[in-house]
Design a protein around this ligand. Sequence first.
Ligand SMILES: Cc1cc2nc3c(=O)[nH]c(=O)nc-3n(C[C@H](O)[C@H](O)[C@H](O)COP(=O)(O)OP(=O)(O)OC[C@H]3O[C@@H](n4cnc5c(N)ncnc54)[C@H](O)[C@@H]3O)c2cc1C
Ligand code: SF4
Length: 509
Amino acid sequence: MVNRLVLVLGDQLSHTLSALHQADRDTDLIVMAEVMDEARYVPHHPKKIALILSAMRHFSEELEQDGWQVAYTRLDDSDASKSIVGELMRRGQDHGTSRVLATAPGEWRLREALENAPLSVTMLADDRFLCSQQEFDSWAEGRKELRMEYFYREMRRKTGLMMEDGKPAGGKWNYDHDNRKKAGPDMLRSQPMQFTPDAITEEVLDLVEARFGDSFGTLRPFWFAVTRAQARRALDHFCKHLLDGFGDYQDAMLTDDRFLHHSVLSPYLNIGLLDPMEICARVEEEWRAGRVPINAAEGFIRQVIGWREYVRGIYFREGPDYPARNGLGHDRDLPAVYWGGETGMQCMACAVEQTREEAYAHHIQRLMVTGNFALLAGVDPAEVHEWYLSVYVDAFEWVEAPNTVGMSQFADGGIIASKPYVSSGNYIDRMSDYCAQCRYDVKQKTGQDACPFNLLYWQFLIRHRDRFQGNPRMAQMYRTWERMDETRRETILADAAALLKRLESGVPV
Ligand SMILES: Cc1cc2nc3c(=O)[nH]c(=O)nc-3n(C[C@H](O)[C@H](O)[C@H](O)COP(=O)(O)OP(=O)(O)OC[C@H]3O[C@@H](n4cnc5c(N)ncnc54)[C@H](O)[C@@H]3O)c2cc1C
Ligand code: SF4
């Protein structure tokens, strides 16, 4: 006789999960389900589906070895219902219970589905984060601006990470100023740790190939970690071989090096194979032992206990309508280049190609290449959101939507970013080797060969002049525009309009 069903979702693969913590091995039944609704609600990259399914299958084996009873539904199970709630109902009927114990899903859509289900669901807080929603809301309460930097300092104080006598180690909270070096090719630079698929993963890969083979994204080679033990090895490898350069090269982009000094730990963190505090404690240890510089350790820890926790707080504070916001009223369709369409823009081609092959691009590629271009071109943020949610292996709405809708597209009206992240081609040229291989000329501001970022940058600023001219952080840009010769300004706007027209009519740019 089963007392309760204990739901474990595909991004809840942590043995410390609150629902598991409260469950009883003798009387409760774990429910895990691969369902079509989850696999198809956006066109996920096949590598993302494979990662989640394989990690779920491995996790369910670990649970069984640990003495739990697990009812596991495979995607190709003909009796399976299409949804999580449907599977809970089916298992409940089979075992004579409608009581469900769940850890709150990281997405409004699923939370609402569970709340509205004809089941008796006890939803526990997800305590795999350092900051609870209550804590975040009380930090945010009454503040005029919710700046990440101040939130981050609270998290440093709370965790004690890189703190000495109540003060930030080294005397500064933030070493970002040192983190803007351009990277050069380095044959000796390590790559993130790669794993050979085992029999379980191979079976999943065949299934994904058969069912989702026509989605955007290359499935093989597949090398992600699919168990906690493997993810721990990937963390160890990162700390030993790549962390030292993390700070210096955080913003750099190279055509032939897709990962540089980035950790590629987000997929493991986001599905629960790693815990944020264990990662940060390990990174701090590397710094304390003198093996990595302070700007690397601080920069990394800031991303995890700062940005990652902060965007989650915003997502749940702002409510279910957050992903649909469109503060700048943008409505252009997402250009075909995002799905691999032809382009002469080397930066876009590289970012999209590696996204297709790896289901991964690092932060600056997401923010300052694909995000920047969509924002400058005035693409509907809902389409941009759907793209990011689909194509990245680490994309879950609580983290993807604030980064896309808020940070990258300024569609939340400035809750996350104090000014839009827009730049001309000059920034990309400074941080990458893309421009040297591009059909466009980054130095040209007008004409056929002008870098599209240069044209669209000014068009964006003029389009939204009423909104941004009074922003002190943007005043300098408007002054530069005013100082330009009238004819030059007209030419820039006319060239930008022609470029947008080409985009709209589907002509490759
Ligand atoms: C438009 C856009 C969409 C994004 N979508 C996602 C997403 O769907 N999922 C996701 O995890 N991250 C997302 N990010 C944030 C960031 O780009 C990724 O976390 C990072 O690239 C993951 O690669 P990594 O593990 O190598 O990160 P590293 O550069 O090694 O950083 C270390 C860790 O810090 C955390 N981190 C860094 N920046 C952020 C951030 N801005 N928000 C939250 N966590 C952060 C991640 O957990 C990451 O693993 C997005 C950023 C932008 C601009
Ligand atoms: S010239 Fe412009 S479009 Fe080409 S790679 Fe540089 S920034 Fe990108």
